[in-house]
Ligand binder design. Sequence first.
Ligand SMILES: [Zn+2]
Ligand SMILES: [Zn+2]
Length: 261
Amino acid sequence: MYIASLSSSSTCGNAYIVWGDSARPVLIDCGLSIRRLTASIKEFGMEPQDLAGLFITHEHSDHVRAMCLVTPFAQKYSLPVYASRGFWKWYSRYSCRLERRLMRPIAAGEEVVVSGTRVKAFSKPHDALEPLGFVVECDGERAGFAMDLGHVTEEVRSCLRGIEHLVVESNHDVDMEKRSGRPWPLIQRVLGRLGHLSNDQAAEALSDLVTAETRQVILAHLSTECNTPEIARTVVLERLHKAGKKVPVLVAPAREIAVYS
Ligand SMILES: [Zn+2]
Ligand SMILES: [Zn+2]
């Protein structure tokens, strides 16, 4: 199984590709311009039409930019799009031309198989309309994606515990966020139960989620203003060490492409 982070932050957008030796690639989120998204996909010798499907976590612009166009990315390449009913309700307000046949509602707890890749959706607490996380399975391995969540629920834990590749948000350092000088309502939103995971919250969750089966942890969706890769990684590694768990901890760059296998 291969996981590519094309971009991972609220300022630069979010998009991830997962593929296997025997499975066509799936795209998780498309928060980049079509031009940048297409160029990033081509970096791997793939074409956008090679994708088997697009899975959308929620409607915030850093996750759906390429969908909110007169001709959305998925329409241009005839790509089926899997998203929650909440997302589709929100999307119907736009005058974007995505054919109905490409709109595939998926609910938390539901599982779909697209061209050899199994994807299971789960719900997560975030200030969006029915936001989803995904567990992608191919080549006998699983990658769990949980970005943009305010806290870690028992449902999230049970979906991610023991997964081979954990892609988990480690958004901010709480003190940096509080001292950021950002508008107070924004700070409250980020720190709130429906906002984003702090480094400490991610570390606490990962000390539970990582098992002997876990091959790597990829910290994602780091704030470019209120976090650094070094701080996030250190906090998580220390907590894992305390819990007696040893696993490589990597950080998805905010804007650059990175591949993990
Ligand atoms: Zn986001
Ligand atoms: Zn969001």
